[in-house]
Design a binder for this molecule. Structure first.
Ligand code: KG4
Ligand code: ZN
Length: 335
């Protein structure tokens, strides 16, 4: 089955063609980062309008790249939530209209299920069951995964998501949006251990996360340095290093706990923050000690993309799931 996947939940228009026999055939992405950067974050109305402009040309592009025509498509998958409602509606309306016109089934996909399954597109995919750490701009969750659609939430953030903490901390330090890659880049120049920041909620049992206090501690350390006339680039880099180390340590401690609790030794990391190199290194070293393995997607498929939606949708269509004719999207949607 050849499946067209559409992702429009936030600030990237992602389109891809996935074939159940031949794998991923083509994927195209338009990132709106330049459009939103001047505002320091995503402006929902601008995002929706840009998705309207990009979606159809990208569909034409992936068909041409894969050497296929519309008549070859056997199903359409689109992100139905969670995300920005106006942005989601663009992908959903487009998918439902094309599915009706081409007389093929359609399926609405949960954005985080897309992220969760993205490592399945790699050469050595993980095997069920595994523990997944989902770390994006909107979510920080630990999930036990026993199969497609068989997800058990083990713990999640009680306030900011990890990516959100990266973005907000970057903004405080006067860095560009999105903050994750900016902090990661700056952290490379940072001196380790100059600033000591907390590892939130690691001193008590459980798999919940909290990143909002860490953000405040970082701000306090920054303001104190500035007040002492020490608000230069090196201080900024040292703080970026300390902040990233605190997030990475915290995520690593909770992942180890989740693996111990479930008795599993496969860990999948997915979502935008899983592109973070320091996080990958830390988790790999932890899993090596446990005799297990970490799985993640190539950097392009860690952040939002159409390939993960085409893949997840294909699995659900093959299982016989389908949407009706109505167009439903959800800003909030537990997985
Ligand atoms: O999964 P994603 O593209 O969109 C959502 O579903 O939210 O994740 C975006 C988030 C942003 O917060 C961004 O700052 C973060 O992922 N991110 C990173 C890195 N690349 C993206 N955070 C840390 N290090 C990175 N290299
Ligand atoms: Zn995402």
């Amino acid at each position: 089955m050849l499946v067209l996947g559409l992702e429009t939940s936030c600030d990237e228009t992602g389109v891809a063609l996935y074939d159940s026999e031949r794998g991923l055939l083509a994927d195209a992405l338009f990132s709106q980062i330049d459009l939103h950067r001047v505002f320091g974050g995503v402006v929902p109305e601008l995002a929706s309008r840009d998705h309207v402009k990009r979606t159809l040309p990208l569909i034409k592009q992936v068909l041409a790249d894969a050497g296929h025509e519309a008549k070859d498509i056997g199903g359409i998958a689109y992100t139905a939530g969670p995300g920005l409602v106006g942005a989601l509606l663009v992908g959903a309306s487009c998918a439902q209209a094309l599915a009706f016109a081409w007389d093929v089934p359609s399926i609405g996909v949960h954005h985080m299920e897309g992220h969760l399954l993205a490592p399945m597109l790699e050469e050595h995919p993980p095997k069920f069951p595994f523990v997944a750490l989902l770390v994006s701009g909107g979510h920080t969750q630990l999930v036990r995964v026993d199969g497609i659609g068989r997800y058990q939430l083990l713990g999640e953030s009680i306030d900011d998501a990890a990516g959100e903490a990266f973005d907000k901390t970057a903004k405080m330090l006067g860095l560009n949006y999105p903050g994750g890659p900016e902090i990661a880049r700056l952290a490379e120049q940072g001196v380790a251990k100059r600033f000591k920041l907390p590892r939130p909620m690691t001193d008590r049992p459980g798999l919940e996360f909290s990143f909002s206090g860490l953000k405040t501690s970082t701000l306090n350390a920054w303001q104190k340095s500035v007040a002492q006339g020490d608000g230069g680039e090196q201080t900024k880099a040292d703080l970026a290093h300390a902040f990233q180390a605190a997030v990475v340590d915290t995520l690593t401690i909770k992942c180890r706990r989740a693996l111990e609790q479930t008795g599993l030794n496969s860990l999948v990391i997915a979502g935008g923050v899983s592109a973070n190199q320091a996080l990958r290194v830390s988790l790999e070293s932890m899993l090596k000690k446990l005799g297990g393995k970490v799985f993640y997607a190539r950097p392009r498929f860690c952040t939002d993309n159409g390939a993960m939606i085409a893949y997840a949708g294909c699995q659900r269509l093959l299982a016989g799931q389908r949407e009706g004719l109505e167009i439903n999207v959800r800003a909030r949607w537990p997985m």
